[in-house]
Ligand binder design. Sequence first.
Ligand code: ADP
Length: 152
Amino acid sequence: MKPIALFPGSFDPITRGHESIVVRAIPLFEKIIIAIGHNSEKQGLFPVEKRMEWIRLVFKDHPSVEVIEYQGLTVDLCRKLGVRFILRGLRTSADFEFERSIGQMNKKMHPDIETVFMLTVPEHTAITSSIVRDIIRNGGDASQFVPDQVKF
Ligand code: ADP
């Protein structure tokens, strides 16, 4: 039996970069749980319900992909769900430095949890949800950066 992975992030909104990481990870895991982390004080651009709806649409033909929302520490969620693997995407060396700290501190707190990284495909390296949000806020067309199912 293959393991289960948690793919945490804000997914505000899901981008082609996120989509491709999940699609490439599907053969590796029994189940991939996409976990939308949020806190009640910090509002995102899109409501969590909308973000979840888009993710469900994007992966509707992939029954091993689920989406949930959560607040609090990712490692605590892993413990609660009995998940040992956190999946993350790496775009740049800046991502690496950021992820290294989080991954190592998570490991200190919960030694049984492993963070697994996948390198972005070159064509998705530049895509970030925050720039997509900027484009949308300023009335631009961000459709080439998000999955076809995401309609603003
Ligand atoms: P963002 O950094 O775009 O705001 P999230 O906080 O939702 O995205 O990140 C969730 C995960 O998805 C992180 O591991 C992040 O590195 C990864 N990710 C984000 N954008 C991309 C991309 N273009 N290609 C590959 N992985 C990505």
